[in-house]
Design a protein around this ligand. Structure first.
Ligand SMILES: Cc1ncc(COP(=O)(O)O)c(C=O)c1O
Length: 371
């Protein structure tokens, strides 16, 4: 039995009728640009995020780039972020005209270390961009305590964490609720995935929402009137319709992912060479990824490949060591936890439709490697 890393065809079989019906409604009205599904989805995602406004855009990348532009960054301004993330997190900081400042991660959760953020603040710091990596939230309470007194904006990269929650001062707070602006990605592999690219920003700041709505539409609220230079970054109506049709299943899907994660973690307890993901006790994880630390990771990867077991390394080269950021001067050993994570992390199939037999096959293959 082979087990793919992700099986969107299996998901398609369960949602086909709902999604095709929703798409055909768009086709029949021919309202492909900013049709009613877009504001409907914006309202639904804002609700889910305990935020006032949702602003759809073309991708998760733009959902980070546009709020960074709204900070009015100038050359030399700094945005502090994690090096252990997808490239877009730092690429957008660069493309918005600022300098990414990378700080190390916490070894247990792989999320940005607030103490390292505090140490990295300079007079040029303008914003902090935490990533809720793999589906569990970063320590927002600590980050807010650092940002608020200094007037720094927090832009949450929640591309992997839609619906994730964290208990803070006894209350559940969700991804998207606490940052100034939060960006989501609807890339097809995400927990809530479109049938193409898509993204969304959420915020409870009215002025920021107005600004972001303009920035995604060439910088104008009124057609042919441009207050500033923006871009074309609308969320496609067809994608919004797909996402609206899938949204009622999101929490059940994330629950399934949690069940699979618990099953793996129990099974891996007696394999000394692998460390299952650590869930911060304050967090409810949505397991966008199930990521182990593994001894002899690269050999394990080759073994899984030979055995037809899907897997992936997120992320093999931390961003501070990418050639495009060489000019920033980070060296090997600058951010040791991120570098170690990039050598040890390996993600396993965790999609909701996995069967018990598939989970057992993944477990047995890993057990066989270390035996
Ligand atoms: C952490 C993170 N940030 C940003 C993005 C960018 O999203 P997109 O691919 O939709 O542009 C992704 C996903 O791909 C991501 O995982």
């Amino acid at each position: 039995m082979t087990v793919p890393m992700l099986d969107l065809v299996a998901q398609y079989a369960t949602i086909k009728d709902d999604v095709l019906t929703a798409m055909m409604k768009v086709v029949e009205t021919q309202q492909f640009i900013m049709g009613p599904a877009v504001p409907d989805l914006e309202a639904a995602i804002a609700r889910l995020s305990h935020a006032k406004h949702g602003i759809g855009c073309a991708s998760g990348t733009d959902a980070l780039l546009l709020p960074l532009k709204a900070v009015n960054l100038r050359p030399g301004d700094e945005v502090i972020t994690t090096p252990f993330t997808f490239f877009a997190t730092a690429g957008t900081i660069h493309n918005a005209g600022a300098t990414p400042v990378f700080v190390d991660i916490q070894p247990d959760t792989f999320n940005i270390d607030p103490a390292a953020v505090a140490r990295a603040i300079t007079p040029r710091t303008r914003a902090i961009m935490p990533v809720h990596l793999y589906g569990q939230m970063a320590d927002m309470l600590e980050l807010m305590a650092i940002a608020a007194p200094r007037g720094l904006k927090i832009i949450e990269d929640a591309a992997q964490a839609i619906g994730a929650r964290r208990k803070m001062d006894g209350e559940w707070r969700v991804a998207g609720e606490l940052g100034w602006v939060t960006g989501y990605s609807f890339f097809p592999s995400k927990n809530l995935g479109a049938w193409g690219d898509g993204g969304m920003m959420v915020t409870s700041d009215d002025a920021a929402a107005d600004r972001l709505r303009k920035l995604r539409l060439h910088g104008g609220a009124k057609q042919y009137h441009h207050d500033e230079v923006g871009t074309n970054s609308r969320l496609d109506t067809l994608q919004a319709a797909v996402l609206l049709a899938k949204l009622p299943r999101l929490s059940q899907w994330s629950g399934k992912r949690r069940d699979h994660a618990a099953y793996y973690t129990k099974a891996f307890a007696d394999i000394a060479e692998v460390k299952p993901p650590v869930i911060d006790p304050a967090n409810e994880h949505i397991f966008h990824q199930y990521t182990l630390r593994a001894e002899r990771r690269d050999e394990l990867q080759a073994h899984l490949k030979n055995e037809g077991i899907g897997h992936a390394v997120y992320y093999p080269i931390p961003l501070h060591r990418q050639p495009c950021f060489a000019h920033l001067g980070y060296k090997d050993g600058s951010l040791p936890q991120a570098e170690r994570a990039s050598r040890e992390a390996i993600s396993l199939p965790i999609y909701p439709e996995l069967t018990r037999a598939q989970l057992d096959r993944v477990i047995e293959t890993i057990r066989g490697f270390y035996r």
